[in-house]
Design a protein around this ligand. Structure first.
Ligand SMILES: C[S@@+](CC[C@H](N)C(=O)[O-])C[C@H]1O[C@@H](n2cnc3c(N)ncnc32)[C@H](O)[C@@H]1O
Length: 213
């Protein structure tokens, strides 16, 4: 636990743009973001996790998996990947018939033909350029199965709060990111949960490819 917090903190200092937080997410946010998996059917499912960090959500996702399921994890940061390779129970999962693969790669490199029933994404969109956010959201929604659910979170008030303290150029970037994310929410969101027990408080959002289906 201490090792995982120390690693997260060191990576936040070294790579704040991609890490986007100073501490791992709380168990409450973990429960909220993985909540849709609790509604899964008994048929095998395909799950994608993007940006697991030290695995705050990964362990919760594993609790929902059953024989025949397939779980893919994309993490950009090599230090986080090394930590996950040492701590995730790959062999035990395989012996139960659950295929789990961890890629030290950008989520944008995920094969075009793949489709997932559940996607859990923790990327810090507010730290990115708007073009990158547009590109990543397009990849995520493209890889989501027709009846699938994409969960992601955002910190409360991050746009309004951060933009007051930013240089004008960064403020413009955040406003533009806010517009991209808002348009995505308007088109794809089917619900959300407010989580106060997280540092900072956050909102878990649930999205579908087509909200009219
Ligand atoms: C806010 S941290 C979330 C960590 C963890 N899920 C949690 O909630 O405690 C964001 C994570 O996304 C990863 N990341 C950032 N950009 C990425 C990308 N393009 N593809 C895959 N992972 C990425 C970072 O390295 C980091 O581990």
């Amino acid at each position: 636990m201490i090792k995982n917090i120390a690693l997260f903190f060191s990576q936040a200092r070294e790579n704040f743009t991609t890490t986007g937080a100073i501490a791992p997410s709380s168990p409450s946010l973990g429960r909220a973001i993985t909540w849709p998996l609790g509604l899964r059917s008994s048929n095998p499912i395909r799950v994608l996790e993007v940006g697991p960090g030290t695995g705050a959500f990964t362990s919760r996702i594993l609790e929902h998996l059953r024989p025949g399921d397939r779980f893919e994890i994309y993490e950009l940061n090599a230090r986080f990947c090394r930590y996950l390779r040492q701590t995730l129970p790959f062999e035990r999962l395989l012996s139960k018939g659950i295929e789990c693969r961890l890629y030290n790669a950008d989520v944008r490199s995920i094969s075009a033909g793949l489709q997932f029933d559940y996607i859990v994404c923790s990327l810090p969109f507010n730290n990115f350029e708007p073009e990158l956010v547009t590109e990543i959201l397009a990849v995520l929604i493209d890889r989501l199965a027709a009846q699938g659910v994409l969960s992601y979170f955002e910190y409360n008030l991050s746009h309004e709060f951060k933009s007051k303290f930013l240089k004008p150029q960064d403020r413009q970037r955040m406003i533009a990111v806010g517009r991209v994310v808002r348009a995505f929410i308007d088109r794809h969101q089917v619900g959300y949960r407010q989580v106060w027990l997280n540092l900072p408080p956050a909102r878990a959002r649930y999205c579908r490819k087509d909200v009219t289906v």
